[in-house]
Design a protein. Structure first.
Ligand code: BMA
Length: 386
C-alpha cells in the first residue's frame, strides 16, 4: 500500500471513530433525556439503556409489555430446550420481558431454582438480541445466618456501612458486578446489555430479612442508596435501571415509606398476587396501579407491575377479565410499562399458561388484544427513534 492510500485509510478510521463517538457522546444522550423530562439514576448511563427508557416512555399508555420469569430456561414438564418458552408454545411469541433470579450467586453454579448461571447469561443475551428486556431479582441469602432470604433474622443493620458484615455485603456486590460485567455482546464494539435491577423487593411485606418488620425505613433507604452508589460509582456499572418494587400497600404514603428518593430509583413498581388470587379483588389491583402510575407520572418515571399471577390460573378468563381488565380499567393504571408473571415451575406452581392448560384460549385472547405487547410486537427499544 502506498503512502497516499495509507493516509486515506487512516483518515477514514479517524473520521469513523469521530462519528461513532459523537453519536455515543453522553451530552447528546443527556439532551435527549432532558428534553423528554427524564432523569435517570445514572447520569453516565449507556446510550442503549437511555434509549430503552425513552422508548418505554413513548410506549406508556399505548400498550403493556408482557413478561415471564425464567421463560427461556424451563416450563412445565421441560427444561432447557433451545428456542422454547411455554408462552411461545401457546401463542407463537416469546414474552417481551424476561425475569431472572440471582439467589446463590457466587455460592453455587445454579440458583435456588436450579437455573445454571452460565446458561442464564446466555439466555439473557438471547433475550436482548431478540429485542426483549431483561430484569433481575435477587433472593439474597441472609448475611448473619447464611440462611435463605426467608430467614428473617435481622441482617440489614449489619451490612450497612459501619456494620459488622459490611465487607461481606460489598463482596457480594462484587460478585454481582462480575456477573453483570460478563453480559457483553457485540463484535468490534462490545457493549453491556441493558438490565432492570430490582433488589430487595416486596419490602412492604415481612417475609424477607429486608422486610418491613426486619429493618427500619431509614435502614432500608440507606441500604438501597449504598447499593446504587457502590454499583454505579465504585464498580462502574452503567447498564442498570433500578426498580423499586414493594408488595401490596395501603396508599401512596405507605408505598413511599421506604422510598430511597428520586435520585435512586428509575422504575416504580410493586408485586401483587394478593388482588389477583382466587379470592382477590381486581378493583384493588386497579386502585394500586393507579397510585403507582400516577406517582411515576408526577416524577417523570416509569411504572410497572413487577410481579403478579394467580397460581395455576384456576379462574376462568383470568387473563382478560382479571389481569387485562385490572390494568386497562383506569387510564392512569394503563400507563404502566410492563407486567411480569412469575415462573412456570410445575403444574401445581406456575403462573403463565403452557400447552394444554385450560386457560389457553383466554390467554390467546389476551395475547391478541392490541394493548398487550409480546416479543413479536416490539419496536426497536435500544435506539433512539429518528
Ligand atoms: C418463589 C417460588 C419458589 C422460588 C422463589 C425464588 O416465589 O417460586 O419456588 O424458589 O420464588 O425464585
Amino acid at each position: 500500500m502506498n503512502v497516499v492510500a495509507t493516509r486515506k485509510l487512516l483518515l477514514f478510521f479517524v473520521v469513523s471513530l469521530f462519528i461513532v463517538l459523537a453519536f455515543r457522546s453522553p451530552s447528546s444522550i443527556e439532551n435527549k433525556l432532558n428534553k423528554a423530562g427524564i432523569r435517570l439514576v445514572d447520569a453516565a448511563i449507556d446510550s442503549r439503556v437511555a434509549a430503552l427508557y425513552y422508548n418505554l416512555k413513548l410506549l406508556s399508555g399505548k400498550g403493556v409489555l408482557f413478561g415471564h420469569q425464567d421463560a427461556l430456561a424451563y416450563g412445565v414438564n421441560w427444561r432447557e430446550e433451545k428456542g422454547r418458552s411455554d408462552v411461545r408454545d401457546v401463542c407463537g411469541s416469546h414474552p417481551a420481558v424476561f425475569g431472572w433470579e440471582l439467589s446463590k450467586l457466587g455460592r453455587s453454579t445454579v440458583n435456588i431454582d436450579s437455573v445454571n448461571f452460565d446458561r442464564m447469561k446466555k439466555w439473557m443475551k438471547e433475550a436482548y438480541k431478540m429485542g426483549g428486556i431483561n430484569t433481575i431479582s435477587w433472593h439474597m441469602e441472609n448475611f448473619v445466618t447464611g440462611g435463605n432470604s426467608w430467614d428473617k433474622t435481622p441482617s440489614v443493620r449489619e451490612i450497612l456501612p459501619g456494620g459488622s458484615l459490611h465487607d461481606q455485603y460489598k463482596a457480594e456486590l462484587d460478585v454481582f458486578a462480575d456477573f453483570v460485567h460478563d453480559l457483553k455482546v457485540g463484535f468490534l464494539f462490545k457493549h453491556h446489555i441493558p438490565l432492570i435491577f430490582r433488589p430487595f423487593h416486596e419490602h412492604t411485606g415481612a417475609w424477607f430479612w429486608w422486610g418491613s418488620e426486619q429493618c427500619t425505613p431509614e435502614e432500608y433507604k440507606t441500604l438501597w442508596r449504598f447499593t446504587v452508589e457502590y454499583l454505579r460509582d465504585e464498580k462502574g456499572l452503567h447498564n442498570l435501571l433500578y426498580a423499586y418494587s414493594t408488595d401490596v400497600f395501603r396508599d401512596e404514603a405507605h408505598y413511599l415509606e421506604r422510598y430511597p428518593g428520586d435520585e435512586y430509583v428509575d422504575i416504580l413498581g410493586f408485586d401483587d398476587y394478593h388482588d389477583v388470587s382466587v379470592r382477590g379483588d381486581v378493583e384493588e389491583l386497579t386502585r394500586r396501579l393507579h397510585i403507582v402510575a400516577n406517582l411515576a407520572q408526577r416524577k417523570g418515571k416509569l411504572a410497572a407491575l413487577t410481579e403478579t399471577g394467580q397460581e395455576a390460573v384456576p379462574t376462568p378468563n383470568w387473563w382478560t377479565d382479571v389481569l387485562l381488565h385490572g390494568i386497562t380499567a383506569d387510564s392512569t393504571a394503563a400507563t404502566i410499562s410492563y407486567v411480569m408473571l412469575w415462573r412456570n415451575a410445575r403444574s401445581s406452581h406456575h403462573y403463565a399458561p403452557y400447552k394444554g392448560h385450560p386457560c389457553e384460549p383466554n390467554f390467546l385472547e389476551f395475547y391478541r388484544d392490541s394493548y398487550t405487547l409480546f416479543e413479536n410486537d416490539l419496536p426497536e427499544l435500544y435506539k433512539f427513534p429518528k
